[in-house]
Design a binder for this molecule. Sequence first.
Ligand code: GNR
Ligand code: NI
Length: 167
Amino acid sequence: MALLDILHFPDPRLRCRAQPVKTIDDRIRRFVDDMFETMYAAPGIGLAATQVNVAQRIITIDISESRDHPLCLINPEILEIGQDLRETEEGCLSVPGVFESVSRPDRIRVRCLDQAGKSGEIEAQGLLAVCIQHEVDHLDGKLFTDHLSRLKRDRIRKRAEKELRLA
Ligand code: GNR
Ligand code: NI
């Protein structure tokens, strides 16, 4: 197992659109193990492969308090989106120190493969629905800050650029 480096905004590699996984083999399974290790160590409730510079449609999630309910979603497809919206304070391992309220559909239905290559459907609401949408956004090159007002986004970008100059 290995800890992977997490890319930080405004790294352009976070804007890549990830490609579907063709074959779930041992190499992919080892990578999924590394993603879980990286997510738990961070600590985060979710991680998308895009964040560790791998442009493949792979997500790890664990929203449990006990940190022992790992979920792996490969090639996720959002099949259905509920009508009701809910605001949640979101943060992102790729945008450290920023927490802002984002409005998203409260319920979704998702089809995906797990690390064994088994196909399944997940009906998610609440934090799990938020987290899956946040991670699928990453696979499409989107960040939660893209959902904020131009003013807030510019402020976050300017702060990140300043930190890069100082680093
Ligand atoms: O750890 C994380 N917490 C979180 C809180 C609210 C909404 C989404 C998230 S995901 C984030 C980890 C991360 O950056 N995943 O991409
Ligand atoms: Ni994130």
